[in-house]
Write a protein that binds this ligand. Structure first.
Ligand code: GLN
Length: 451
């Protein structure tokens, strides 16, 4: 049914870069046979899933939305993909994304735009717009995303789906094509919170192949999601982050958010305001730390080891000239912009002023979170400041694009978990049909069950 749905709507949505119907059906038939034989199967056995193209899948294209990886077929599976396969979940295909997960709209994909199912003229968020759009258009019941600065949560908000960024180290990064290693985290993209809990429990847990993987069992997420569904919040203290609301937040987004606070109060929660004074600097620190780490991680794409190889048009064919020609042709503008920013920030003489200062800000933001979680159980904010903007609207203005991540970035800088849940609809500023908004909840590290 999902493969049929992909055939009928993905021409308009373009959530998928690659669909492997034969492989998905083979897994489904195998699960059917095992079920008939009375085998004890995982609860998600037979449930199809879509995987963001930044996660490597053995024998299937994995481009991370970049021309530089066109034609590269990974010889191994990411740990989370191994777990998905072991559970008997058919992988429908790989989803579209901003190149190397840099962006908030999926417009930086080298393979064309993904369209928001709520309004095809609008962005589905990014960088994981493909996974979110696949869920919102019912092309897949579950998907995998990655979140370095909001790429699971912000697409969730603008497509009316659920997205979870787990605690850093909760889900193995082995087999993720790295963007910024100290910030990257893979997680569930779903339509319900219980689905997220089921998927997180499957893909999470300790992995010796990821040196930052947490070496302890996950909290009982499914049980927590079931209990949470009872809706009793008495005794729960909810902190509204002063710095993540008001100016810059679309009026309707703020209004839906305020209404949800009333719902929390009615369910018994105590809602208080909490200030995180250093969040003001989070975006600036992130846009130094991320490009610095990305410039180092992307150095491996040299025209020799993976995918694309372009020889210089004239002159000698040396290693350096092949590298330059390949990177010139294979990387898009946003990737080049961030590599230049990152190498500059790391260069001798500038390191202390830029990268060093950004790391100090990162510590201050972690301290803001520590102080806040001393007063409240969870922190909340709108997930994104606006509803989905129009395709092309922010493409020529990188700073405007970056500002869309203002509410999601602090969690990545501190390594804490966050979730975005659907929060009702509001009309875009220019009028027209109503669009989804998102409600973000943040919890202390390793308290993913609290979300
Ligand atoms: N939009 C953010 C960026 O461009 C977040 C990216 C992400 O989480 N992968 O960096």
């Amino acid at each position: 049914a999902f493969l049929d749905r992909i055939v009928s709507v993905d021409g308009a949505i373009h959530a998928f870069l690659h669909v492997d119907a034969d492989a998905a059906l083979a897994t489904a038939r195998d699960v059917d046979a095992r079920r008939e034989a009375g085998e004890d199967l995982h609860p998600l056995a037979g449930v199809p899933i879509a995987v963001k193209d930044v996660v490597v899948t053995k024998g299937q294209p994995s481009t991370a939305g970049s021309k530089i990886l066109e034609g590269w077929i990974p010889p191994y599976d990411a740990t989370l993909v191994e777990k998905i396969r072991a559970a008997g979940m058919p992988i429908l295909g790989k989803t579209n994304m901003d190149e190397f997960a840099m962006g908030s709209s999926t417009e930086h994909s080298a393979y064309g735009n993904t369209h928001n199912p709520w309004d095809l003229e609008r962005i589905p968020g990014g960088s994981g717009g493909g996974s979110a759009a696949a869920l919102a258009s019912f092309e897949a019941p579950l998907a995998i995303g990655t979140d370095t600065g909001g790429s699971i949560r912000q697409p969730g908000a603008v497509t009316g789906t659920v997205g979870v960024k787990p605690t850093y180290g909760s889900v193995s990064r082995y087999g993720l094509i790295a963007l910024a290693s100290s910030l990257d985290q893979a997680g569930p993209v779903t339509r319900t919170v219980l689905d997220s809990a089921l998927l997180h429990e499957l893909i999470g847990g300790h992995d010796p192949r990821d040196s930052t993987s947490i070496d302890e069992p996950l909290p009982d997420l499914v049980e927590a999601a079931r209990q949470g569904a009872a809706g009793d919040l008495s005794g729960v203290r909810v902190g509204v982050v002063t710095e993540l609301q008001g100016e810059g937040y679309q009026e309707g987004v703020q209004a839906r958010f305020d209404e949800s606070l009333d719902i929390l109060r009615a369910a018994g929660a105590e809602v208080v305001e909490v200030s995180c004074p250093h969040f003001e600097y989070a975006l600036a620190a992130y846009y130094l730390i991320l490009p610095a780490e990305a410039s180092s991680n992307l150095a491996k794409f040299d025209g020799m080891r993976f995918g694309l190889r372009v020889e210089p048009e004239e002159g000698p064919v040396t290693a350096e000239r092949v590298m330059a020609a390949t990177r010139g042709a294979g990387f898009g503008d946003e990737v080049k912009r961030r590599i230049i920013l990152g190498t500059y920030a790391l260069s001798a003489g500038y390191y202390d002023a830029y990268y060093g200062s950004a790391q100090k800000v990162r510590t201050l933001i972690q301290q803001d979170f520590d102080a806040a979680f001393g007063q409240v159980d969870v922190l909340v904010s709108p997930t994104a400041p606006t509803t989905a903007f129009r395709l092309g609207e922010k493409l020529d203005d990188p700073l405007a694009m970056y500002l869309n991540d203002v509410a999601t970035i602090p969690a990545n800088l501190a390594g804490i978990p966050g979730i975005s849940v659907p929060n009702g609809l509001t009309a875009p500023p220019e009028g027209g049909a109503e669009l989804p908004t998102g409600f973000q909840i943040l919890a202390p590290a390793k308290a993913d069950d609290r979300l």
